[in-house]
Design a protein around this ligand. Structure first.
Ligand SMILES: [Mg+2]
Length: 396
């Protein structure tokens, strides 16, 4: 089998990768909805992989893997990797999880990072009320993640919460020390959310990046009585193009609260410092940023050897990304906690992808399916209605 074309269309806000072969099998991969600008980068790799046998996934990846970087520049390579596995599975007549070594669980736990309801305000009572709505969501999530601190606008709601100035605008990396009032406010919101959840639903917190090491330690120690599942991206993360494992190690060594990072990191090599130094307790690579699903599995196995837990990121990965997350998570070792459930945006994505269970999430879990490849397909006639003119030949 040979690759005859690599195509990319922006569907909704998601760049979608299609690898075409000479045997009539196509493979699909998907890039986060926050990155519609990456189509030219996907097409950059076309000439590197034409003529290769897509079922030799690793041999193809060796041609392009070094030509990527931390988020967002690992996304195109990652989506191509997913599409290669999709083809390899379809060619073998097997679900991708079989090619990754087989599943060790029949259903995978997901956590809620994307089913959201509007916040009325930013007081502890508002956080509690919002958490109550998420707890009642029909998916029956057993873990909910909420953004606090530098993640979102929480600290910008009152200038007395920080010593620094809040700069607004796209992705401005505000960071620095909190005032005592700011720290107490964050802790009060966490306490209010825990009162709603009790010990029935786990609470994870996406915190930054932007905290100072000493504030991070203060926060982590203050919330120790609440048995938080993890504090995510306190220091670096999101779009930070470096790791700073030694700083994370200092926080992790100072508290019993699990510390988490990793969604922006590209490739296994950039996880070795975090893992070998045991600088965090939980890592959360995103298969659509880290270099793909086999890359994610390797990292999970290496983390497991070092007593580190795994909770993959994925909220913006779309429905093909969801399929990839289900396939790989079925194969991860027992350090797997849950992956972040991607919600389709816009909602018409549910009408153009076939093969997902209905409902997708039951009691906080997704059943692992057995169809070949990633196990989802486009409803081509429905999907064509959403193609831009310049992408009109995407399915041809
Ligand atoms: Mg995050």
């Amino acid at each position: 089998m040979k690759i005859t074309d690599l195509k990319c269309a922006v569907i909704g806000q998601h760049p979608v990768v299609r690898i075409v072969t000479d045997e009539g099998i196509s493979g699909y991969g998907q890039i986060e909805s926050s990155k519609p600008y990456l189509k030219p980068q996907v097409l950059f790799y076309r000439d590197f992989i034409l003529g290769e046998d897509p079922t030799n996934v690793e041999r193809v990846m060796l041609r392009i893997r070094r030509l990527g970087a931390f988020k967002p520049w690992g996304s195109a390579v990652s989506a191509i990797e997913m599409a290669l596995w999709d083809i390899a599975g379809k060619a073998a007549g097997l679900p991708v999880y079989k090619l990754l070594g087989g599943k060790i669980r029949d259903r995978v736990r997901v956590y809620n990072g994307g089913v959201r309801f509007p916040m009325r305000g930013s007081s502890p009572a508002d956080f509690a009320e919002n958490m109550a709505r998420m707890k009642e969501a029909p998916e029956g999530f057993t873990i909910i993640k909420q953004g606090i601190g530098y993640h979102g606008q929480m600290l910008a709601s009152d200038p007395s919460y920080r010593y620094g100035e809040n700069i607004t605008g796209a992705r401005y990396p505000n960071r620095g020390p909190l005032t005592e009032r700011g720290l107490k406010y964050v802790i009060a919101c966490i306490e209010a959310m825990k009162e709603v959840l009790g010990d029935e639903v786990g609470l994870a917190l996406d915190c930054g990046p932007g905290w100072t090491v000493s504030d991070a330690i203060r926060l982590a120690r203050a919330v120790e009585p609440f048995n938080i599942l993890w504090l995510e991206d306190l220091l670096t993360g999101d779009y930070t193009p470096y790791v700073q494992a030694d700083l994370y190690r200092e926080v992790t060594r100072s508290t019993t609260t699990p510390i988490h990072t990793g969604e922006e990191i590209y490739l296994r090599q950039n996880f070795t410092d975090l893992i070998e130094k045991r600088a965090v307790s939980v890592i959360g690579p995103d298969p659509a940023d880290v270099g793909g699903i086999a890359e994610l599995k390797w990292i999970a196995e290496y983390a497991d050897l070092h007593g580190i837990l795994m909770a993959p990121h994925g909220v913006l990965d779309g429905l093909i990304g969801l399929a990839a997350l289900v396939q790989v998570s079925a194969t991860l070792p027992q350090n797997f906690i849950a992956f972040e459930y991607p919600v389709a945006r816009p909602e018409w994505w549910y009408d153009i992808i076939e093969g997902l269970p209905d409902p997708i999430v039951r009691n906080g879990f997704i059943e692992v399916w057995d169809r070949p490849g990633l196990g989802v397909e486009f409803n081509v006639s429905a999907a064509k209605a959403h193609l831009a003119d310049e992408d009109s030949d995407f399915f041809d």
